[in-house]
Ligand binder design. Structure first.
Ligand code: SAM
Length: 287
C-alpha cells in the first residue's frame, strides 16, 4: 500500500498507533466502544449533525463514531474517517456498511490535503490530542470546513479527574518503572487537559466561537461483565498499558493481582463504574 504523507514531528505517535496502541484498540474494539459509549452519546448530541451534511471524523480509529455520524447524516450526507493507524482503519473498513456514503482514509490529519471548504463539520472522539504541533494540524483541518462550518470534539481533562485511567497506573507503579515524565504540551491523552492551551491552539488555527464544557461521567470499565473484564480494560488501555509494555511476566502478574484487589473494592454487581472527565469543545470556522 502507498504510504501517506506525514508530518515527521508526529513520527512517534504514528509508530505507536501502528504498533502497540493500534493493536490494543483493534483487539478491544467492541468493548472499548461500550466503555466509551457515554462519551459518544454526549458528543453526538452536542455536534448536532444534520441530515445531508458532510463530516470528517478525525482520528476515527475503528470507526465507532463514524458509524454514529453516518446515522445522523443519512444517505444524502457523507462521512470520511481519517486516521493514521492502518490496523484500526482496517477494522473500520471491515465494519462499514456497504453502499453507504462513508469512507476511511489513511492519512496524517496534520498534512492531509483535505478538499477545501467541502465539509460542514470536523468531529473527533479523542483523536486530536496526539499532534506534535496541534495549531498547525488544526489550521490544516480547518481548510476542509466551509465558511461557518463547525468543529466538535471530546478530549480528556486532567489525569486526576480520570480515575478510570489512573487507578491502574498507581498499582502498576508498585512493580514497574514510571513512564518518562510528560511535559504538558507533549502529545498524549491528557495534552488537551488545559482549557487555556486548547483555546490558544484553536485561536492560532483560526477558529472562532470556541466553547469548552466540562462533563463528568462514570465509565463502566467492566462493560457489565464483571471483575475480570474490568482488569482486561485496565491492562489494555491508556497509561497503564504503556507502563506495562515489554515488562517481564512476573511484574505483569503482580500488577494484575494488585489491580484485581483494587478494582474489587469498586465493584457494583457486574459493573465497575469509575470516574471520567472530558471537555466537549466546539468552535466555528469564521464566515
Ligand atoms: C485514542 S484513539 C481514538 C480512536 C477513536 N476516535 C475512538 O474514539 O475510538 C486516537 C486515534 O487518533 C489517531 N491519530 C493519532 N495521530 C493522528 C494523526 N496525526 N492523524 C490522524 N489520526 C491520528 C490514532 O491512530 C487513533 O486511532
Amino acid at each position: 500500500m502507498t504510504q501517506p504523507a506525514v508530518d515527521a514531528r508526529n513520527a512517534d505517535q504514528i509508530a505507536y498507533w501502528n504498533g502497540p496502541g493500534g493493536r490494543h484498540w483493534t483487539d478491544r474494539q467492541q468493548l472499548q466502544d461500550v466503555v466509551l459509549a457515554p462519551v459518544s452519546k454526549i458528543l453526538i448530541e452536542r455536534a448536532a449533525v444534520k441530515a445531508g451534511e458532510t463530516v470528517f471524523d478525525i482520528g476515527c480509529g475503528c470507526g465507532a463514531t463514524s458509524f454514529d455520524l453516518l446515522t445522523q447524516v443519512g444517505p444524502g450526507g457523507h462521512v470520511t474517517g481519517v486516521d493514521i493507524s492502518e490496523p484500526m482503519l482496517g477494522r473500520a473498513r471491515e465494519l462499514a456498511p456497504p453502499n453507504m456514503p462513508i469512507e476511511f482514509v489513511l492519512a496524517d490529519a496534520t498534512v492531509y490535503p483535505f478538499p477545501p471548504a467541502s465539509a460542514d463539520m470536523l468531529f473527533s472522539r479523542f483523536g486530536v490530542m496526539f499532534f506534535a504541533q496541534p495549531s498547525d494540524s488544526f489550521a490544516n483541518m480547518r481548510k476542509a470546513l466551509r465558511p461557518g462550518g463547525r468543529l466538535a470534539f471530546a478530549c480528556w481533562r486532567t489525569p486526576r479527574d480520570n480515575t478510570w485511567m489512573m487507578l491502574g497506573l498507581q498499582e502498576a507503579y508498585k512493580y514497574v518503572p514510571k513512564l518518562p515524565e510528560m511535559k504538558p504540551d507533549d502529545p498524549g491523552p491528557f495534552s488537551f487537559a488545559s482549557e487555556e492551551r486548547v483555546r490558544r491552539i484553536l485561536g492560532e488555527a483560526g477558529f472562532s466561537n470556541v466553547e469548552m464544557d466540562r462533563v463528568d461521567l462514570l465509565l463502566d470499565i467492566a462493560t457489565g461483565r464483571g471483575l475480570e473484564a474490568a482488569i482486561e480494560t485496565t491492562l489494555a488501555i491508556g497509561p497503564t498499558s504503556r507502563a506495562l509494555e515489554n515488562q517481564p511476566p512476573d511484574k505483569i502478574e503482580a500488577t494484575t493481582q494488585s489491580i484485581r484487589t483494587m478494582l474489587a473494592s469498586h465493584q457494583k454487581g457486574d459493573t465497575i463504574p469509575l470516574g471520567g472527565s472530558i471537555w466537549i469543545v466546539t468552535a466555528t470556522n469564521p464566515r
